[in-house]
Design a protein around this ligand. Structure first.
Ligand code: UGA
Length: 475
């Protein structure tokens, strides 16, 4: 049955329902305890819910159960330990226990780019929904939370129809997440909106109860969290549209950086000036080596692939350009390196043999240990491929970087990385690098040359300390 909802449901219009478990608040489970699921499980326990985080990875579950967050996210460790101690939060590899426990089950597994193309790999979604559905023994709501191609929630319904006992009345919903790594705790506890795609009054009501802790916290802080209640397709599209917009904004300013480079303009001043227009806004206008991470790059590709399948490929052709602009920025660092080191840039790139280059930053952004599709690490690998002796240092990402790029050389700290370097490339804007003393670094390098791949350094200070400075999109 499809009940049409207004696009924004007044909260007073939502009738509370008793959760199937009989508990006063719905019991929540989060399937997949990667970045998304672990953060949600921990934060929703903090909001007072009884929670199980489920994963098939026993090692990850053992870490979480032992009070250790398996990735770097400011503030999360403390919340994990507090909620484990309070007994509200458990972690499990037992799907039957998880299925029996929960009223609302959030699917938080990964949806990576497929190895054979641009579309999303839904095999983890399929496995988790199937396993859950087969083990359910009473009514429950299954909520998709991972980023998925539009149409996935309908497909999850079909999986549930196939694998769950039809007498139970299991329902499906979709509710996207918008958390940013480095700010994940804040983004989950204090989101700037909640979006739910539902097909029934019951699903809407259960999801509302599952988020009531978020609304209550906002009320105590005199804030409001807007709630958008909509259909499956719109809810799924909201997520990918938001990421596509953010990626486009970054590539827009990086395209302006290219024009600045050709014309002698300064993209940082340009961004500041256009950002004063509130219709444009100054956030996500930081030109540099471009966007990376586990979300924006794969999401814009999967979005194009899905649009093509639906016959709307033309509408998203511009996202291909967004991707290309983004990838071109990585080459720009190589061009600047060649220029500063006085090497020719031939058709196969520059020959940097005999040079030593320090790469500062391996993660895709600061305050994270995530190196997935990190522009910094990709550039480090390209510099090494061009013959340079590359030394990489990152405050949090060393372990993941070593795993992703085992052939690169890693230094234990910033000073060791830059020691005897002919060129320093700052490719992730960690505060350690932004605030580094150019005088002190000048004393240990072989040549005072710096590429500021994130436009995050005070160029005046660096130039005063005798450095030849190159930013991105700056004269
Ligand atoms: C992104 C979105 O911002 C979140 O809203 C979304 O929930 C998340 O993806 C997701 O889909 O799960 P995240 O991947 O954590 O979050 O990272 P962002 O803060 O968006 O940064 C992405 C990349 O863009 C980074 O490499 C960053 O350095 C780069 N960036 C960002 C720029 O190059 N310039 C900017 O002005 C801003």
């Amino acid at each position: 049955m499809t009940i049409p909802y207004p696009s924004s449901q007044p909260m007073s219009a939502i009738t509370p329902v008793v959760p199937p478990s009989g508990a006063s608040r719905p019991r929540l489970t989060f399937l997949g305890t990667g970045y998304l699921g672990a953060t949600y499980a921990i934060c929703f326990a903090e909001l007072g819910y009884e929670v199980i985080g489920f994963d098939v990875d026993a090692e990850k579950i053992a870490k979480l159960a032992g009070g250790e967050v398996p990735f770097h996210e400011p503030g999360l460790d403390e919340l994990l330990r507090r909620n484990l101690a309070a007994g509200r939060l458990r972690f499990s590899t037992d799907i039957a226990e998880t299925a029996h426990f929960g009223d609302v089950h959030f699917i938080c597994v990964g949806t990576p780019q497929r190895a054979d193309g641009m579309s999303a790999d839904l095999s983890y979604v399929e496995a988790s929904v199937t396993g859950l559905a087969q083990n359910l023994d009473r009514r429950a709501l299954i909520v998709g939370k991972s980023t998925v191609p539009v149409g996935t929630a309908e497909w999850i319904e079909q999986l549930v129809d196939k694998h769950a006992d039809s007498q139970l009345g299991v329902e499906v919903a979709y509710s996207p997440e918008f958390l940013q790594e480095g700010f994940a705790v804040e983004d989950v506890l204090r989101p700037n909106r909640i979006v739910v795609g539902v097909k029934s009054e019951w699903a809407n009501s259960m999801l509302y109860s599952a988020h009531k802790g978020v609304f209550d916290l906002a009320a105590t802080e005199d804030r409001e969290v807007p709630l958008v209640v909509t259909d499956f397709a719109t809810a799924e599209l909201v997520k990918v549209a938001a990421n596509a917009f953010l990626a486009t904004k970054i590539s827009f300013i990086n395209a302006m950086a290219e024009v600045c480079e050709a014309s002698g303009g300064d993209v940082t001043q340009l961004a500041r000036a256009i950002g004063y227009d509130p219709r444009i806004g100054n956030r996500f206008l930081q030109a540099g080596v471009g966007f990376g991470g586990g979300c924006l790059p794969k999401d814009i590709r999967a979005f194009q692939a899905r649009a093509q399948e639906l016959g709307a490929g033309e509408a998203l052709r511009f996202l291909h350009e967004v991707d290309l602009i983004n990838l071109r920025r990585r080459n720009r660092v190589l061009q600047l390196a060649a220029e500063l080191l006085d090497r020719r840039y031939g058709p196969a790139g520059p020959d940097l043999s005999g040079t030593r280059i320090a790469v500062l930053g391996a993660t895709f952004k600061p305050n994270s240990d995530d190196v997935r599709d990190a522009p910094s690490l990709a550039v480090a690998a390209q510099l090494a491929k061009a013959g340079a002796d590359v030394r990489v240092y990152d405050p949090q990402g060393m372990e993941n970087a070593r795993r992703a790029q085992p052939d690169l050389t890693y230094s234990p700290d910033m000073i060791e990385a830059v020691r005897d370097a002919d060129l320093v490339c700052v490719l992730t804007e960690w505060s350690d690098f932004r605030n580094a003393d150019p005088e002190a670094l000048a004393r240990v390098v072989a040549g005072r040359r710096v590429v500021d791949g994130r436009n995050c350094l005070d160029s005046t200070l660096w130039v005063q300390a005798g450095w030849e400075y190159r930013g991105m999109g700056r004269p």
